[in-house]
Ligand binder design. Structure first.
Ligand SMILES: [Zn+2]
Ligand SMILES: [Zn+2]
Length: 268
């Protein structure tokens, strides 16, 4: 077993330790560092850089704070889905950093499995309906915005939520949002676990040429031929799997042709 350090405030180790054990890593948490200083979901601290960079930074910090060779960083993001923009969508990134070889390896899990939602309510009844819909109290609910009177992210049951919401309603409408911190969001925890499974598979895969761990960086290759006219389309035809250590590449064919509906010539 290799030790791997995880920088977290929000009990994410329970989601990642099982999958990573399969790849031969034992997860140790690093405390004493406020990951929220790197950015929070409620926007009280804006996040710097991209989601991958944020996860990568946490992974590197974990090695620095623990003195361990391997570090793990987790970063989630939530918003409209990339296809229609109409569904809520979750993206979880896990980064593994190897301080000895200075390599980063990333895994991404994404999908519509999220309760990410916000609402402004004028009556307790609407707040109660929202709380029920998002799975409160198993899923956390945040009342108000940081810095506002009555801001509360620690309501544990319907009674304390009602007291808090009614108290703030006395002064005007109330902003409610789902708590996306992992320990208050079981749906998010499951997505992190799925992401850890992907990272684990990647870490356990070795380059056929140089035997380095973490083989499997994928790049899609466009140009699948149209089944009707045979011209190359923009659709993905194959993927390239490459080793970031020695540069070894493998090409995996995915499709031999795509329907004419994907063709700019047959179906402009
Ligand atoms: Zn290699
Ligand atoms: Zn065609």
């Amino acid at each position: 077993m290799q030790d791997i350090a995880l920088l977290t405030l929000h009990h994410k180790q329970s989601a990642v330790e099982g999958p990573l054990r399969e790849a031969g890593f034992s997860v140790t948490t690093v405390s004493g560092f406020d990951t929220d200083s790197l950015g929070t979901f409620t926007g009280s601290v804006p996040r710097q850089g991209t989601q991958l960079e944020a996860a990568g930074t946490k992974a590197r910090l974990a090695t620095e704070l623990s003195g361990m060779r391997f570090g793990l960083g987790s970063e989630g993001s939530f918003g409209p889905d990339p296809y229609t923009g109409m569904l809520e969508w979750a993206r979880e990134v896990l980064a593994c950093y190897d301080a000895e070889t200075k390599r980063w390896i990333y895994a991404l899990a994404q999908g519509p499995e999220t309760n990410y939602r916000q609402i402004t309510v004028h009556r307790w009844e609407d707040a109660a309906r929202f709380a029920h819909a998002i799975g409160f109290p198993e899923h956390g609910l945040i009342v108000g915005k940081p810095g506002q009177d009555g801001f509360d992210k620690d309501c544990q049951d319907l009674e304390s939520l009602e007291n808090r919401v009614r108290q703030v309603l006395a002064h005007g409408p109330v902003w409610l949002e789902t708590d996306m911190r992992a320990h208050r969001n079981p749906t998010r925890m499951r997505m992190i676990e799925r992401c850890a499974g992907l990272l684990s598979q990647r870490l356990a895969c070795h380059c056929p040429a140089c035997a380095s761990y973490g083989f499997g960086e994928e790049t899609p290759i466009a140009g699948a031929p149209c089944e009707s006219c045979g011209l190359a389309t923009l659709a993905t035809m194959a993927k390239k799997i490459s080793c970031d250590v020695c540069g070894h590449e493998q090409r995996v064919e995915l499709v031999t042709s795509v329907p004419a509906s994907r063709c700019n010539y047959c179906n402009p």
